[in-house]
Design a protein around this ligand. Structure first.
Ligand SMILES: [Mn+2]
Length: 237
């Protein structure tokens, strides 16, 4: 029997064409989980099975994707809101609630961090370029995928212990956490103050995509590694 903790990854709906719906995630998520010592398992978008999925895995990873519908944090859609996927919102809400009810830790990547903040009672900026005061480039276009902006990390936090005082990360988001949910602590911020990392009891979120950096920057695995080691519990050796 594998000693690897089983991590259930929420999947994207890769097309809205009803005759060709595909659930999947970029392969790099699975590779990152493997490198960090976990067993990646992809969870098809079936809200009715959320509780069964949560019972079968040791932790959940909420992956990147389109915008959450703002009604989940009590707002009307504003100009600049991007694509939304209500089916995915419903699935991840059910999966998150079921996982938390069983005490399963949750790692949120990009949209996933925004999701855990909203489901814990926080809000989002719907379109960063329309929010005065934020000036950093959070929607980098440079190829191949490389470093975007720096983040400042909170001393003593999981991310701070993993990365030190600061780290360069990538940035592919036009939304960001606004009001931080009760129980969550900001543990990473961009130079313009945008919230880039959140931690809580059994909860870790990063606004960047560590899995996309791994081929060139192995140290980028840190959020996956500390999640597995300190929140899920990886048996070494
Ligand atoms: Mn950013």
């Amino acid at each position: 029997m594998s000693a690897r903790p089983r991590l259930g990854l929420s999947t994207s709906q890769l097309t809205q064409d009803l005759s060709h719906e595909v659930n999947g995630v970029p392969r790099r998520y699975a590779e990152a989980v493997r490198l960090a010592g976990g067993l990646p398992l992809l969870l098809p978008n079936l809200p009715e099975l959320a509780a069964d999925y949560a019972a079968q895995v040791d932790a959940v990873v909420l992956t990147g994707g389109p915008d959450l519908h703002p009604r989940h944090y009590g707002q009307s859609p504003r100009r600049g809101l991007g694509e939304v996927d209500e089916q995915r919102d419903a699935f991840e809400t059910a999966l998150y609630r079921a996982a938390r009810a069983l005490g399963r830790p949750v790692l949120g990547i990009c949209r996933g961090m925004q999701t855990l903040n909203v489901l814990e009672g926080g809000t989002l900026h719907q379109h960063l370029p329309d929010v005065p005061g934020f000036w950093a480039d959070h929607a980098q276009v440079a190829q191949p995928p490389g470093l975007g902006h720096e983040v400042c990390l909170r001393p003593g936090s999981l991310l701070g212990r993993a990365h030190g005082a600061a780290a360069w990360v990538n940035s592919y988001h036009h939304q960001a956490v606004d009001a931080v949910a009760p129980g969550l602590t900001v543990t990473a911020t961009a130079p313009d103050g945008v919230i880039e990392g959140l931690e809580g009891d059994g909860l870790l979120g990063v606004q960047w995509h560590p899995e996309m950096l791994l081929s060139r920057y192995p140290e980028a695995l840190a959020p996956f590694r500390v999640f597995l080691e300190e929140m899920v519990g990886v048996r070494r050796g």
